[in-house]
Design a protein around this ligand. Structure first.
Ligand SMILES: [Zn+2]
Length: 744
């Protein structure tokens, strides 16, 4: 055939064009090369996961996996379908265990399905991704709201319901709602866990026992403390430290109310929103995998990313065959292992159930997770010593997890590691006893696992103990505080006469302020006692009653009436010295002593009030002690060294204390002499040298009103030392009082 030059030129052009196109094509391939798998490792087949899922969606637009029965059992597909129909656009729902790249998966599924609509991916936590193809709905905003604006434990069904709701609300509202989720914190969880229930039980136990102890023991203690307060005229009556029926009843009622309140407050019964799976839901995946393993010893989950190439798979099957001939049955599963699956993510439970279903006596399983790339070796009875050496996992740890530098393809170096694991296991020494695996084939019951234990169990009893101890400790603190308060109450009061002693304690060199303050308290006290004795008895007027209120006989009553009369006269005299001649004695319990009252007047009022108090307790009314009139009533007249400066001796009335002092250390007696502060702050001077009411005391003319005839009849408790000394136990508590108790 002849070719003209023109035709040749045409051919040359054609060849050039073809060559140019070939060059372009090869350069394009070179640009795309980095994204393609390395030529050395065979490329995985086309995205068969997406193709498989697209096939499922073509039959039914809602696919609920059989891999999450504890969170989303398959029967929830009905609810997903019902909700999906309300969106108004074609809606394709995939419920799968958590995927590596949800958006990419939805895109690939759409490419395989080639239908317009909303594509939603839901995992065990809820809606994780949504894409709209060819329809105008705010899919991504709705997914954002469903993901971030729901309690973390709301569950996939509630999450999808929220997604549908936001999707239907229109683009504008969905966008606003999605923006709001970035500003606000996610809502609190709807359910509590076992440790929260422990805390609730513990707190309830503490509250119940603490309150019961506080009422049963604290109430009687406080009641007795209040009963024994100095101002209570009935404080000499016994008050037992024992709960009264009313207190016991109150303890029962309050504790019961608290227990009921705790039951209402802590009313949670479940730990999650997941519906209870039916028995078929718990076995569906095991049946599927078993059927697959009967076909081939390598089972790859079609719903998961396909991580084995055909060549890799063939190589593993070959290797398994060799292993089987040497050791026994052996299988590889590439199936996700998650907490929500029927085996709760335990490879041991999973493989034990598979061995049972396969009907083999002994087998070794390599359980690989295509989502995480982890491998576990589960020996169900083969005579291999998996525990030899120090490997925790049965195979070296470097084979269990993907290498850090494994490429980013799904599965990474999984095929390689599976092969190495088989080689490692192949070389293991035989063990005498077959390892049957640590797990039972029976997984825990999901319905039981969701139940919270009752409130009154677990940490409730330890809480009771802690509450009781804590309450007792606080009661101890309360008792200490109340004790201090009581001591202060007793100390702030004027001194008291006590058993066998008939004088009052008093300082020798009191200040003007002390004298005024003590005059006020003494006069108030005497006025209170007199009011208490009188017909207008008012117990709350009297802070420190010193007279036992019980009266035994009429004669005693008469004598006391005479003493009361004498005390009233002393009170009037004291009031006169304090510049209150017109104040009725009944009002004197609120008396205030003016600053203008002199030390001599104050001291005279103290002395008179003490003489009055002594009269009320049955001490015969006499002159005041001349050594220190603040000592109160004198007992005898004696010739004593009276003045320290002059050394002068005088025949003066002295109290019991000064009488004893004169006998024991006469030369020191003048040191007991009362000195009053001089006007203008000079040196203190003997009281009788100060111009004022006390000047007459040494002469015996101070006490004023006397009732010798009536006081002679005052009944008294005979004492071996002081015959005729009146009843000393004026405190009324039957214990007597040591002198030290009332000393300043
Ligand atoms: Zn004296």
């Amino acid at each position: 055939m002849l070719i003209s030059p023109r035709e040749r030129a045409h051919w040359q052009v054609l060849v050039f064009v073809v060559l140019a196109l070939l060059c372009l094509g090869s350069s394009a391939t070179a640009v795309a090369a980095p994204t393609a798998p390395a030529a050395t490792s065979p490329a995985p087949p086309l995205n068969t996961q997406a193709a498989h899922l697209a096939t499922l969606l073509r039959k039914n637009p809602v696919h609920v996996t059989d891999q999450l029965p504890r969170s989303v059992p398959r029967f929830t597909a009905e609810e997903f379908t019902r909700l999906a129909r309300t969106t108004g656009v074609p809606t394709y729902v995939l419920v799968l265990p958590g995927q590596r790249d949800p958006d990419e998966l939805l895109k690939a599924v759409h490419e395989h399905l080639r239908r317009d609509g909303v594509y939603v991916l839901v995992d065990e936590s809820g809606v994780v991704a949504a894409k709209a193809y060819g329809v105008k709905v705010p899919a991504e905003d709705a997914a954002t709201v469903a993901l971030y604006d729901m309690p973390v434990d709301a569950g996939p069904v509630h999450g999808f319901a929220r997604f549908v709701e936001v999707l239907a609300s229109g683009e504008e509202r969905a966008e606003e709602a999605a923006e709001r989720t970035y500003e606000t914190d996610p809502p609190d969880g709807m359910y509590i866990g076992p440790s929260d229930r422990d805390n609730q039980s513990f707190a309830t136990g503490i509250a119940l026992s603490a309150v019961a102890v506080a009422i049963l023991f604290g109430s009687p203690y406080v009641r007795r403390w209040w009963h024994n307060r100095p101002a209570n005229p009935r404080r000499f009556q016994r008050c037992r430290l024992f709960p009264k029926p009313l207190e016991a009843f109150a303890a029962i009622v309050v504790t019961g109310a608290l227990a009921g309140g705790a039951l209402l407050l802590f009313d949670e019964k479940l730990t999650s929103a997941a519906p209870n799976p039916r028995p078929a839901d718990m076995t569906a995946r095991l049946d599927r995998v078993t059927a697959g393993l009967k076909q081939s010893p390598v089972y790859t989950d079609p719903e998961s990313p396909q991580v084995l190439s055909t060549e890799q798979r063939a190589q593993l099957v070959r290797h398994l065959g060799e292993f089987k001939r040497k050791h026994g049955e052996v299988y590889i599963t590439l199936v996700p292992q998650v907490l929500e699956d029927e085996s709760e993510g335990f490879g041991g439970t999973f493989s034990a159930a598979l061995r049972q279903r396969l009907g083999v006596e002994k087998a070794l399983f390599l359980v690989a997770d295509p989502l995480t790339g982890d491998i576990g070796a589960e020996n169900q009875g083969l005579e291999l010593d998996l525990e030899q050496g120090d490997e925790v996992y049965g195979i070296p740890e470097s084979l269990v997890y993907p290498a850090d530098d494994a490429d980013d393809r799904p599965g990474g170096d999984l095929a390689e590691r599976l092969d190495k694991a088989l080689t490692y296991l192949d070389d293991l020494p035989k063990s005498e006893y077959g390892d049957t695996g640590p797990y039972d084939s029976e997984a825990s019951d999901p319905a039981e696992g969701k139940k919270l234990r009752p409130l009154f169990s677990g940490d409730f009893v330890p809480g009771l103990f802690i509450g009781a101890f804590g309450s007792a400790f606080l009661l101890g603190l309360l008792a200490a505080v109340l004790g201090v308060v009581r001591i202060r109450q007793r100390r702030s009061g004027p001194p008291r006469l006590s058993a066998g002693l008939r004088y009052f304690d008093a300082p020798r060199h009191p200040s003007a302020a002390w004298l005024r303050g003590m005059a006020e308290r003494e006069v108030r006290l005497l006025a209170g006692m007199l009011t208490y004795r009188g017909p207008d008895f008012a117990p709350d007027l009297d802070p420190y009653p010193e007279v036992a209120p019980e009266t035994e006989a009429e004669t005693r009553e008469q004598a006391l009436r005479a003493a009361t009369e004498a005390a009233g006269l002393h009170l009037r005299a004291a009031l006169r010295h304090l510049g209150h001649p017109d104040t009725p004695p009944a009002h004197a319990h609120r008396l205030t002593v003016a600053r203008t009252v002199t030390p001599s007047q104050s001291a005279a009022a103290i002395s008179l009030a003490r003489l009055g108090r002594a009269a009320l307790t049955g001490v015969p009314v006499t002159d005041a002690c001349a050594i220190n009139p603040l000592h109160g009533p004198s007992r005898v007249r004696r010739d004593v060294r009276f003045n320290a400066r002059t050394g002068q001796r005088r025949w003066v009335p002295v109290c019991e204390f000064c009488e004893n002092f004169a006998l024991a250390a006469p030369q020191l007696l003048p040191e007991q002499h009362l000195l009053l502060p001089a006007d203008g702050g000079g040196e203190a001077v003997p009281y009788e040298e100060v111009v004022g009411p006390l000047a007459v005391v040494p002469e015996g003319g101070f006490a004023g009103p006397r009732t010798p005839s009536s006081t002679a009849h005052i009944p008294s408790v005979p004492s071996p030392d002081h015959a005729g000394v009146p009843r000393g136990d004026i405190d009324g508590d039957g214990r007597g009082t040591e002198r030290n108790e009332w000393k300043h």
